[in-house]
Design a protein around this ligand. Sequence first.
Ligand SMILES: [Zn+2]
Ligand SMILES: [Zn+2]
Length: 240
Amino acid sequence: MLTQLIERLPLLKGLLDFAFPPLCSGCGAYFDEPAGICPECLEAIDWYDDPFCLTCGDFVPRGDSCSRCGEDSFLLFPGGNYTDPLKRAIVNYKFHGAMSLAGVLSERVIGCFESRILGLQPTLLVPIPLHPGREHQRGYNQAAVFAQALSRLLDLPVEEEILHRIKKKKPQARLRKSARAANVRGVFSTDPEAAAHLAEARLLLVDDVVTSGETVIEARRTLASSGLRVVGAISMAHGL
Ligand SMILES: [Zn+2]
Ligand SMILES: [Zn+2]
């Protein structure tokens, strides 16, 4: 509606561009497209072609589970490697509201992994929640925005009531690997009443960036303790 209005009013568009110049979220160059990231940056992103097993830390070139981990497999379907320009685009997405990136990344992830994701027979998307204080400060949960974009492509509902963040954690990137698991222990809780209604559900966790994987592993552990089944995870980026 607003876009249509702006298209009919070139002067207004000119003024808006002057006040909020449309810039590529990856490189900062002027880029007047709704995608929010320019073709050069899309080309420069180191995209993943295989899911990654969060249990053993190896790529899984085929199948619904990791051959090494079997039943204990936990597959992550990531967009690209968490390096520039994707890293810069995601930082802009998180902190400056460059929301259009969710659309571009969801199309890439589903375009690449759709049949393997559907092979896990997911029924619900569950975004990793922010601490309520942090969400209030930022105005939105970036993982939930990404989950909504995935929801349209996979035709799966988004469930935001089942998983809650009850504690803030220190940023994982500043910690040694051994300290990361301890840092996320107990940060989530589930609502037992909501869990009772979802006993048959097959959940896919959604986060913006997965590094060591401790956060999504802890979310899965918390959901499993309420009898809920997580079948995999999707992220915009993955990096160690
Ligand atoms: Zn760019
Ligand atoms: Zn594995």
